[in-house]
Design a protein around this ligand. Structure first.
Ligand code: TMP
Length: 395
């Protein structure tokens, strides 16, 4: 994108969530060059050539937020906090996916926007008021017409997927009451750099936000952050509580603390990103060495949890079928397909890891705790996990 200085080149990548059918294997897969850059004026960090939303988010979208207990628990806790602190009468969720958040509220109170029609169908069937639309000015005006203004808007892991941030916040301003609250939640750029999780970058994650980056865009739209929660979710996310600038709500100290942390780490400086890029190159070499070493000992490696993130890792590090026999995953729409680019078979998770497996590459490293708890038997019999963050290692 314009005004961005690239600092990281993640090579040729396929669409991160485009799991291939057997038929697809015969066709040539579309790939694009994935680079990441920083805009030193806005401090926003973004990928180079975002694809159109229609290519990425359509009626074949496989992601389901309800696949993880960690996510479900987080939504339950947040909904309690929302009711206690803000007691909103009307709530809107942008990117409601299969309903893990909206399920915690009464159907009268909550509206969901979800552009992937196959996923939106699930919540509609449950009786929720959801619309299969992209979040933009047109949708905001439609919501206003049908529903009126809302007291609270929530959006998790969605805003970072939309290229035109000005339109995102303009649309939010149309629908949100003057004393309404906007809560957005996305992976933290600071945590991404600290933990070398370069796989946060893929075609759907157009941005990985820092607080200072978000603040620069919010300011243009008369919005401001009044509280931040640092979450463990997705390897370290920030939950930003935002208000309209005219609202007199007090600004919590967490905002200044987080801002200072980011500035101290160097998120304003290009040099910080260049150092990160060097660490990413080292990470690739070490991860490849681990895989090749295990392979040379004739040990069996499988993958656990196929994620958009693991698409970036596998394609960047050129780890394919030779090194990983197959992946297991609980998501129906991913099963019996093949990983994008690397074409590794994806099998249904049967409730355990097969006895002949020696090593498991953690594609869903962001759910490490949940998965380790589930796979105690594998660990007990000496099975080992391979993880790439913060440095590639065997656990
Ligand atoms: P995500 O990191 O993009 O949320 O994707 C996580 C993927 O991992 C998703 O396809 C579901 C899968 N998964 C499992 O197969 N087993 C598990 O125990 C967990 C937590 C996730």
């Amino acid at each position: 994108m314009k005004k961005y200085i690239n600092f990281l080149d993640l090579g040729l990548q396929p669409l991160a969530n485009n799991y291939l059918t057997k038929k697809d294997l015969k066709k040539k897969e579309k790939k694009y060059r994935l680079k990441v850059g920083i805009n030193l004026i806005t401090k926003l960090v973004a990928i180079n050539k975002p694809l159109s939303s229609k290519i990425m988010f359509n009626n074949k979208y496989p992601y389901r937020s309800s696949m993880s207990k960690t996510m479900i628990k987080s939504f339950v806790e947040l909904s309690k906090l929302i009711n206690k602190k803000f007691n909103p009468k009307k709530i809107l969720e942008i990117g409601s996916n299969d309903g893990s958040f909206i399920k915690n509220f009464s159907k009268k109170k909550v509206t969901g926007i979800e552009p992937c029609a196959n996923v939106e169908k699930i919540t509609k069937k449950m009786g929720f008021k959801t619309y299969a639309n992209y979040w933009n000015l047109k949708t905001a005006k439609k919501i206003l017409r049908k529903n009126g203004k809302v007291d609270l808007i929530y959006s998790a892991n969605t805003i970072s997927h939309i290229k035109n941030l000005d339109e995102v916040f303009e649309s939010i301003n149309i629908v949100l009451n003057n004393n309404g609250i906007l809560i957005i939640e996305d992976p933290s750029l600071l945590e991404c750099l600290k933990k070398n999780t370069y796989d946060q970058f893929y075609n759907e994650h157009i941005y990985v936000f820092s607080l200072i980056g978000i603040e620069s865009i919010l300011k243009k739209h008369n919005l401001e952050i009044f509280h931040i929660q640092n979450l463990k979710i997705h390897g370290g996310s920030n939950r930003y509580f935002i208000k309209k600038i005219f609202d007199k709500r007090k600004i919590n100290i967490s905002v200044e603390v987080n801002r200072n942390k980011e500035i101290k780490y160097g998120l304003e400086k290009l040099a910080t990103y260049k150092q990160f890029a060097k660490r990413v190159i080292t990470s690739k070499k070490v991860l490849r060495n681990i895989f090749n070493y295990i392979n040379s000992k004739n040990k069996k490696i499988i993958g656990y949890g196929v994620t958009a993130k693991s698409t970036t890792i596998l394609n960047y590090c050129k780890i394919g079928k030779r090194l990983i026999s197959y992946f297991i995953d609980t998501t129906k729409d991913k099963q019996n397909k093949y990983t994008p680019g690397t074409k590794i078979p994806i099998l249904k998770y049967l409730g355990f890891i097969e006895k002949d497996v020696d090593f498991v590459f953690l594609g869903a490293w962001n759910f490490q705790e949940e998965i380790f708890n589930k796979e105690k038997k594998f660990i007990k019999r000496g099975g080992k996990f391979i993880i790439h963050t913060p440095k590639p290692k065997i656990l």
